[in-house]
Ligand binder design. Structure first.
Ligand SMILES: NC(=O)c1ccc[n+]([C@@H]2O[C@H](COP(=O)([O-])OP(=O)(O)OC[C@H]3O[C@@H](n4cnc5c(N)ncnc54)[C@H](OP(=O)(O)O)[C@@H]3O)[C@@H](O)[C@H]2O)c1
Length: 294
C-alpha cells in the first residue's frame, strides 16, 4: 500500500509479474540497526535476495548472531560495530566500509530510538530532544553524506529511511521522536532532488506500529494491532527494489490530509486522544530499568 511514483523499471517489473532476479542480487546493501527488529529481519531478507549485506549497530554479539545466520543460509555479510550518535565514529565507519567492500549501492537508515513522553514530563529533559535528533537525524545524515559521493560517482544508489506515520499524524507525546524523523524525511526529499540526475534516489517509509523491542516499554501499545518485524522487512525490501518516493499507510495519509484541510479539528481530536491515553509507567520513570528506552 502506498507505493507512489515508483521508477519506470520497477513498474515494468511489476507488470511483468516481478520475474527475473532481484535488482539487489550482487549489490552491496548497508543496514543500520541490523542487530534486532526491523533491521535484522531486513538484513536476512536482503541477503536471501543475493546481496552482500553490511550490518551495522552497537551490539557486537547480536551482529555476530545475525551474520552467522546469514552465512549459514549461504548468504554474504560483513558486520561493523558503530555508535551512530558518534559523528567521528561514523566517519571512521564510512572510511572502513568503502575500503573493505567498495561503494554501497543501497543504504537502509533503520537504527533509531523512540521516545513517548508528554511535554508535562519533559521540561527538565532537554536531552530527550537532543538524543532523538542524534540517532534519528544527525546519525543517518552523517552516514548518508559519507556514502553519497561514491553512489553519485557510479551513477546509482538508493537510500531507504525507516521513519514513522507520525510524520503525517503528528501524534501527541511524540514531539521529540516525530520531529527528529520528520527532519530526516524532509532532508531526504530535498537531497533526492539534488541527486536525481545522478541516479541516486530516496524512499521514506512511514511505518505505523511494528512489534519489536522498541515498543515493549510502552504499555499504551498493549493489545494494539501491529505488523511483525518480518512483514515490515518485506516492505523494506520491496522499497529497495522498486524505489518509491514514499511508503505509507492509509490512516497515515488520512491523518496527513486532515492536518492540512482541517488543522484545528485535527488539534481537537488529537487533544482528546492525548487526554485519554496517559504517559506509560516507563515515561513517568516508574520503571527505571526501561525508562531510558522511552
Ligand atoms: N517498532 C515500531 O513500531 C516502529 C514504527 C515506526 C518506525 N520505527 C523505526 O524502525 C526502526 C527500527 O526499530 P525497531 O522497531 O526494529 O526497534 P529495535 O528492535 O529496538 O531496533 C533498533 C535498532 O537500532 C539500533 N540502534 C539504536 N541506537 C543505536 C546507536 N546509537 N548506534 C547504532 N545503532 C543503534 C539498535 O542496535 P544496537 O542496540 O545493537 O546498537 C537496534 O538494532 C527505528 O528507526 C524506529 O524508529 C519503528
Amino acid at each position: 500500500m502506498g507505493l507512489l511514483w515508483v521508477t519506470p523499471r520497477a513498474r515494468l517489473r511489476r507488470l511483468a509479474g516481478r520475474g527475473g532476479p532481484s535488482p539487489l542480487a550482487g549489490r552491496t546493501v548497508l543496514v543500520t540497526g541490523a542487530s534486532s527488529g526491523i533491521g535484522e529481519a531486513t538484513a536476512l531478507l536482503v541477503a536471501a535476495r543475493g546481496a552482500h549485506v553490511v550490518l551495522v549497530a552497537r551490539r557486537a554479539d547480536e551482529l555476530a548472531r545475525v551474520r552467522a545466520s546469514i552465512e549459514a543460509a549461504g548468504g554474504r555479510a560483513s558486520s561493523y560495530t558503530c555508535d551512530l550518535t558518534d559523528l567521528d565514529a561514523i566517519d571512521a565507519l564510512v572510511e572502513r566500509v568503502l575500503a573493505d567492500v567498495g561503494t554501497v549501492d543501497y543504504l537502509v537508515n533503520n537504527a533509531g530510538r523512540s521516545i513517548r513522553r508528554s511535554l508535562d514530563l519533559s521540561y527538565d529533559r532537554f536531552h530527550d530532544f537532543e538524543r532523538t535528533m542524534a540517532i534519528n537525524y544527525f546519525g543517518p545524515l552523517r552516514l548518508t553524506m559519507g556514502l553519497l559521493p561514491a553512489m553519485r560517482a557510479q551513477g546509482f544508489g538508493h537510500v531507504v529511511n525507516i521513519v514513522t506515520w507520525g510524520v503525517q499524524m503528528k501524534a501527541p507525546k511524540f514531539a521529540a521522536y516525530i520531529a527528529s524523523k520528520t527532519a530526516l524525511d524532509t532532508w531526504s526529499r530535498i537531497a533526492g532532488r539534488e541527486t536525481y540526475d545522478d541516479g541516486v534516489t530516496f524512499t521514506n517509509m512511514r511505518f505505523s506500529l511494528v512489534a519489536t523491542a522498541m515498543v515493549v516499554p510502552t504499555d499504551a501499545y498493549d493489545n494494539r494491532t501491529s505488523m511483525s518485524a518480518e512483514q515490515a522487512a518485506a516492505k523494506v525490501v520491496r522499497a529497495l527494489e522498486d524505489r518509491p518516493v514514499t511508503w505509507d499507510t492509509v490512516p497515515g495519509r488520512i491523518g496527513g490530509v486532515v492536518n492540512v484541510v482541517a488543522p484545528r479539528l485535527s488539534d481537537a481530536l488529537m487533544a482528546r486522544f492525548h487526554r485519554s491515553v496517559p504517559d506509560s509507567a516507563a515515561a513517568r520513570g516508574a520503571t527505571p530499568e526501561v525508562s531510558e528506552q522511552q
